[in-house]
Design a protein around this ligand. Sequence first.
Ligand SMILES: [Fe+2]
Length: 306
Amino acid sequence: MNRNAGRLTGCGIGLRKEHHDTVLKERPRIPFFEVISENFMAEGGRPRDVLERVRRDYPVALHGVSLSLGSAEPLDRAYLARLARLIDWVRPVLVSDHLCWTGLGGHNSHDLLPMPFTEEAVTHVARKIREVQDFLERRILVENISSYVEYRESTLSEADFLVAVLEEADCDLLLDVNNLYVNARNHGLSPEEALDLLPPGRLRQIHLAGHEDNGAFVVDTHDGPVSGAVWDLYRQTIERFGPVPTLIEWDAQLPPLGDLLEEARRAESILATAISDDEVRRSAARALGRCTAEAVCEVAHAADAI
Ligand SMILES: [Fe+2]
Protein backbone atom coordinates (compact mmCIF):
# COMPACT_ATOMS: atom_id res chain seq x y z
CA MET A 1 0.00 0.00 0.00
CA ASN A 2 1.26 3.45 -0.92
CA ARG A 3 1.88 5.24 2.40
CA ASN A 4 3.98 7.99 0.87
CA ALA A 5 1.81 9.56 -1.80
CA GLY A 6 3.39 13.01 -1.38
CA ARG A 7 2.54 15.92 0.88
CA LEU A 8 0.33 18.96 0.72
CA THR A 9 1.09 22.15 2.62
CA GLY A 10 -0.75 25.40 3.26
CA CYS A 11 -4.30 26.23 2.23
CA GLY A 12 -5.71 25.34 -1.18
CA ILE A 13 -9.08 25.96 -2.82
CA GLY A 14 -11.57 23.87 -4.75
CA LEU A 15 -11.28 24.07 -8.54
CA ARG A 16 -14.80 25.02 -9.67
CA LYS A 17 -15.96 25.52 -13.27
CA GLU A 18 -16.87 29.19 -12.62
CA HIS A 19 -13.14 29.86 -12.07
CA HIS A 20 -11.63 27.60 -14.75
CA ASP A 21 -10.83 30.40 -17.20
CA THR A 22 -9.43 32.74 -14.52
CA VAL A 23 -7.27 29.99 -13.02
CA LEU A 24 -5.79 29.07 -16.41
CA LYS A 25 -5.19 32.72 -17.29
CA GLU A 26 -3.91 34.07 -13.98
CA ARG A 27 -2.22 30.96 -12.50
CA PRO A 28 -2.87 32.13 -8.92
CA ARG A 29 -0.33 31.52 -6.18
CA ILE A 30 -2.04 28.71 -4.28
CA PRO A 31 -0.39 25.58 -2.85
CA PHE A 32 -2.91 23.07 -4.25
CA PHE A 33 -6.33 22.52 -5.77
CA GLU A 34 -8.95 20.00 -4.74
CA VAL A 35 -11.39 18.69 -7.35
CA ILE A 36 -14.60 16.69 -7.09
CA SER A 37 -13.66 13.28 -8.54
CA GLU A 38 -17.03 12.67 -10.24
CA ASN A 39 -16.72 15.89 -12.28
CA PHE A 40 -13.63 14.53 -14.06
CA MET A 41 -14.38 10.84 -14.56
CA ALA A 42 -15.61 11.18 -18.14
CA GLU A 43 -12.60 11.02 -20.46
CA GLY A 44 -12.10 13.94 -22.85
CA GLY A 45 -14.07 17.18 -22.87
CA ARG A 46 -13.48 20.58 -21.32
CA PRO A 47 -13.21 19.47 -17.63
CA ARG A 48 -10.40 17.01 -18.44
CA ASP A 49 -8.67 19.61 -20.62
CA VAL A 50 -8.70 22.13 -17.74
CA LEU A 51 -7.51 19.59 -15.18
CA GLU A 52 -4.77 18.39 -17.53
CA ARG A 53 -3.35 21.91 -17.54
CA VAL A 54 -3.91 22.56 -13.82
CA ARG A 55 -2.30 19.30 -12.65
CA ARG A 56 0.89 20.13 -14.55
CA ASP A 57 1.46 23.15 -12.29
CA TYR A 58 -0.29 22.35 -9.00
CA PRO A 59 -0.64 19.40 -6.64
CA VAL A 60 -4.21 18.06 -6.83
CA ALA A 61 -6.37 16.31 -4.21
CA LEU A 62 -9.30 14.15 -5.36
CA HIS A 63 -12.47 14.45 -3.28
CA GLY A 64 -15.33 12.06 -4.07
CA VAL A 65 -19.01 11.99 -3.08
CA SER A 66 -20.16 8.58 -4.38
CA LEU A 67 -18.34 5.77 -2.58
CA SER A 68 -21.37 5.45 -0.25
CA LEU A 69 -19.15 3.78 2.34
CA GLY A 70 -21.93 3.69 4.94
CA SER A 71 -24.50 2.01 2.71
CA ALA A 72 -25.58 -1.52 3.63
CA GLU A 73 -25.03 -2.48 -0.01
CA PRO A 74 -21.72 -3.71 -1.46
CA LEU A 75 -19.29 -1.26 -3.05
CA ASP A 76 -20.00 -0.26 -6.63
CA ARG A 77 -17.10 -1.97 -8.42
CA ALA A 78 -17.75 -0.11 -11.70
CA TYR A 79 -17.48 3.23 -9.85
CA LEU A 80 -14.30 2.06 -8.10
CA ALA A 81 -12.76 1.11 -11.45
CA ARG A 82 -13.57 4.58 -12.83
CA LEU A 83 -12.01 6.15 -9.72
CA ALA A 84 -8.90 3.99 -10.13
CA ARG A 85 -8.53 5.13 -13.77
CA LEU A 86 -8.91 8.78 -12.69
CA ILE A 87 -6.26 8.32 -9.98
CA ASP A 88 -3.89 6.80 -12.54
CA TRP A 89 -4.37 9.83 -14.76
CA VAL A 90 -4.36 12.64 -12.14
CA ARG A 91 -1.72 11.20 -9.76
CA PRO A 92 -3.37 13.03 -6.84
CA VAL A 93 -1.61 13.70 -3.56
CA LEU A 94 -4.71 12.69 -1.58
CA VAL A 95 -7.91 10.77 -2.29
CA SER A 96 -10.91 11.27 -0.02
CA ASP A 97 -14.63 10.58 0.35
CA HIS A 98 -17.21 10.81 3.14
CA LEU A 99 -18.33 8.73 6.12
CA CYS A 100 -21.92 8.51 4.94
CA TRP A 101 -24.28 6.71 2.58
CA THR A 102 -25.76 8.23 -0.56
CA GLY A 103 -28.36 5.82 -1.89
CA LEU A 104 -30.09 2.46 -1.84
CA GLY A 105 -31.30 -0.04 -4.44
CA GLY A 106 -29.68 1.77 -7.35
CA HIS A 107 -31.25 5.11 -6.33
CA ASN A 108 -28.78 7.96 -5.70
CA SER A 109 -30.08 10.49 -3.16
CA HIS A 110 -27.45 13.09 -4.15
CA ASP A 111 -27.20 13.82 -0.43
CA LEU A 112 -24.58 12.75 2.08
CA LEU A 113 -26.73 10.84 4.60
CA PRO A 114 -25.59 10.16 8.19
CA MET A 115 -24.81 6.74 9.65
CA PRO A 116 -25.84 5.41 13.05
CA PHE A 117 -22.91 5.56 15.46
CA THR A 118 -22.79 1.92 16.57
CA GLU A 119 -20.11 -0.77 16.89
CA GLU A 120 -21.86 -2.70 14.10
CA ALA A 121 -21.61 0.34 11.80
CA VAL A 122 -17.92 0.75 12.67
CA THR A 123 -17.21 -2.84 11.64
CA HIS A 124 -19.28 -2.49 8.48
CA VAL A 125 -17.83 0.81 7.23
CA ALA A 126 -14.25 -0.11 8.21
CA ARG A 127 -14.51 -3.31 6.13
CA LYS A 128 -15.69 -1.30 3.13
CA ILE A 129 -12.90 1.30 3.54
CA ARG A 130 -10.34 -1.52 3.67
CA GLU A 131 -11.84 -2.97 0.48
CA VAL A 132 -11.49 0.43 -1.23
CA GLN A 133 -7.90 0.83 -0.05
CA ASP A 134 -7.02 -2.67 -1.22
CA PHE A 135 -8.63 -2.05 -4.60
CA LEU A 136 -6.94 1.33 -5.11
CA GLU A 137 -3.67 0.15 -3.50
CA ARG A 138 -3.45 3.38 -1.51
CA ARG A 139 -4.74 4.94 1.70
CA ILE A 140 -7.79 7.15 1.56
CA LEU A 141 -9.08 9.91 3.83
CA VAL A 142 -12.64 9.82 5.14
CA GLU A 143 -14.49 13.02 6.02
CA ASN A 144 -16.96 13.70 8.84
CA ILE A 145 -20.24 15.01 7.38
CA SER A 146 -22.77 17.54 8.69
CA SER A 147 -26.11 16.14 9.88
CA TYR A 148 -29.55 17.27 10.98
CA VAL A 149 -30.88 14.06 12.53
CA GLU A 150 -29.57 11.50 14.99
CA TYR A 151 -30.35 7.78 15.26
CA ARG A 152 -31.99 6.40 18.40
CA GLU A 153 -29.77 3.31 17.88
CA SER A 154 -26.47 5.26 18.23
CA THR A 155 -24.40 4.12 21.19
CA LEU A 156 -21.21 6.10 20.43
CA SER A 157 -20.49 9.80 20.13
CA GLU A 158 -19.57 11.01 16.64
CA ALA A 159 -15.95 11.49 17.74
CA ASP A 160 -15.73 7.98 19.27
CA PHE A 161 -17.24 6.61 16.05
CA LEU A 162 -14.66 8.45 13.93
CA VAL A 163 -11.76 7.27 16.07
CA ALA A 164 -12.97 3.65 15.95
CA VAL A 165 -13.41 3.72 12.15
CA LEU A 166 -9.96 5.24 11.55
CA GLU A 167 -8.38 2.60 13.76
CA GLU A 168 -10.26 -0.41 12.41
CA ALA A 169 -9.99 0.63 8.74
CA ASP A 170 -6.42 1.93 9.10
CA CYS A 171 -7.27 5.00 7.02
CA ASP A 172 -6.74 8.73 7.44
CA LEU A 173 -9.01 11.61 8.43
CA LEU A 174 -10.20 14.65 6.52
CA LEU A 175 -11.63 16.80 9.30
CA ASP A 176 -14.25 19.28 8.12
CA VAL A 177 -14.11 21.86 10.91
CA ASN A 178 -17.29 23.54 9.66
CA ASN A 179 -19.16 20.20 9.79
CA LEU A 180 -17.84 19.64 13.32
CA TYR A 181 -19.21 23.07 14.31
CA VAL A 182 -22.56 22.56 12.51
CA ASN A 183 -23.13 19.19 14.22
CA ALA A 184 -22.10 20.58 17.60
CA ARG A 185 -24.71 23.34 17.27
CA ASN A 186 -27.43 21.08 15.84
CA HIS A 187 -26.97 18.25 18.32
CA GLY A 188 -25.77 20.14 21.41
CA LEU A 189 -22.23 18.69 21.42
CA SER A 190 -18.82 20.09 22.40
CA PRO A 191 -16.54 20.42 19.36
CA GLU A 192 -13.56 20.91 21.69
CA GLU A 193 -14.20 17.53 23.36
CA ALA A 194 -14.33 15.95 19.91
CA LEU A 195 -10.99 17.56 18.97
CA ASP A 196 -9.42 16.14 22.14
CA LEU A 197 -10.41 12.61 21.11
CA LEU A 198 -9.15 12.68 17.51
CA PRO A 199 -5.78 10.99 16.83
CA PRO A 200 -3.18 13.50 15.50
CA GLY A 201 -1.34 10.90 13.42
CA ARG A 202 -4.31 10.31 11.11
CA LEU A 203 -5.39 13.91 10.43
CA ARG A 204 -4.08 14.71 6.94
CA GLN A 205 -6.41 17.43 5.65
CA ILE A 206 -8.91 20.00 6.92
CA HIS A 207 -11.93 21.54 5.19
CA LEU A 208 -13.33 24.97 5.99
CA ALA A 209 -16.64 26.23 4.60
CA GLY A 210 -19.45 28.69 5.16
CA HIS A 211 -22.80 27.85 6.78
CA GLU A 212 -26.19 29.45 7.35
CA ASP A 213 -26.97 30.17 10.99
CA ASN A 214 -30.71 30.03 11.68
CA GLY A 215 -30.38 30.39 15.43
CA ALA A 216 -32.06 27.15 16.48
CA PHE A 217 -30.19 25.17 13.82
CA VAL A 218 -27.29 25.62 11.39
CA VAL A 219 -27.23 24.51 7.74
CA ASP A 220 -23.99 23.50 5.99
CA THR A 221 -24.37 25.56 2.78
CA HIS A 222 -20.84 26.10 1.36
CA ASP A 223 -22.14 29.34 -0.16
CA GLY A 224 -20.38 32.03 1.82
CA PRO A 225 -17.29 32.95 3.84
CA VAL A 226 -16.14 30.91 6.83
CA SER A 227 -17.86 32.17 10.00
CA GLY A 228 -16.02 33.72 12.96
CA ALA A 229 -16.94 30.77 15.20
CA VAL A 230 -15.48 28.29 12.67
CA TRP A 231 -12.29 30.35 12.33
CA ASP A 232 -11.97 30.16 16.16
CA LEU A 233 -12.47 26.39 16.09
CA TYR A 234 -9.97 26.11 13.22
CA ARG A 235 -7.39 28.05 15.27
CA GLN A 236 -7.89 25.59 18.16
CA THR A 237 -7.57 22.68 15.73
CA ILE A 238 -4.27 23.98 14.36
CA GLU A 239 -2.97 24.68 17.89
CA ARG A 240 -3.73 21.06 18.79
CA PHE A 241 -2.70 19.28 15.57
CA GLY A 242 -0.09 21.60 13.99
CA PRO A 243 -0.04 22.87 10.39
CA VAL A 244 -2.48 20.47 8.67
CA PRO A 245 -3.09 21.22 4.95
CA THR A 246 -6.41 23.00 4.64
CA LEU A 247 -8.97 23.67 1.93
CA ILE A 248 -11.55 26.42 1.53
CA GLU A 249 -14.69 24.64 0.28
CA TRP A 250 -16.96 27.17 -1.44
CA ASP A 251 -19.39 25.45 -3.83
CA ALA A 252 -22.42 27.72 -4.40
CA GLN A 253 -22.85 31.44 -5.05
CA LEU A 254 -19.16 31.54 -5.83
CA PRO A 255 -17.39 34.88 -5.36
CA PRO A 256 -14.64 36.16 -7.67
CA LEU A 257 -11.48 34.03 -7.44
CA GLY A 258 -9.70 36.83 -5.54
CA ASP A 259 -12.18 36.59 -2.63
CA LEU A 260 -11.62 32.86 -2.41
CA LEU A 261 -7.85 33.36 -2.39
CA GLU A 262 -8.32 35.92 0.41
CA GLU A 263 -10.07 33.26 2.54
CA ALA A 264 -7.19 30.87 1.82
CA ARG A 265 -4.66 33.54 2.89
CA ARG A 266 -6.52 33.97 6.18
CA ALA A 267 -6.14 30.22 6.82
CA GLU A 268 -2.47 30.45 5.78
CA SER A 269 -1.85 33.13 8.42
CA ILE A 270 -3.24 30.79 11.11
CA LEU A 271 -1.18 27.87 9.74
CA ALA A 272 1.93 30.10 9.84
CA THR A 273 1.66 30.50 13.64
CA ALA A 274 1.71 26.71 14.03
CA ILE A 275 4.70 26.45 11.68
CA SER A 276 6.57 29.03 13.81
CA ASP A 277 5.77 27.08 16.97
CA ASP A 278 7.00 23.92 15.26
CA GLU A 279 10.29 25.61 14.38
CA VAL A 280 10.83 26.67 18.02
CA ARG A 281 10.11 23.12 19.18
CA ARG A 282 12.57 21.70 16.64
CA SER A 283 15.23 24.23 17.66
CA ALA A 284 14.65 23.37 21.32
CA ALA A 285 15.00 19.66 20.57
CA ARG A 286 18.23 20.27 18.62
CA ALA A 287 19.56 22.48 21.41
CA LEU A 288 18.73 19.92 24.09
CA GLY A 289 20.80 17.46 22.08
CA ARG A 290 23.83 19.80 22.16
CA CYS A 291 23.11 21.90 25.27
CA THR A 292 25.64 24.64 24.52
CA ALA A 293 25.40 28.42 24.91
CA GLU A 294 25.25 28.71 21.13
CA ALA A 295 22.27 26.32 21.04
CA VAL A 296 20.39 28.34 23.68
CA CYS A 297 20.90 31.48 21.53
CA GLU A 298 19.47 29.58 18.56
CA VAL A 299 16.23 28.78 20.42
CA ALA A 300 15.91 32.39 21.63
CA HIS A 301 16.42 33.55 18.04
CA ALA A 302 13.69 31.24 16.73
CA ALA A 303 11.28 32.43 19.44
CA ASP A 304 12.04 36.10 18.61
CA ALA A 305 11.25 35.48 14.97
CA ILE A 306 7.59 34.62 15.73
FE1 LIG B 1 -16.02 19.17 3.52
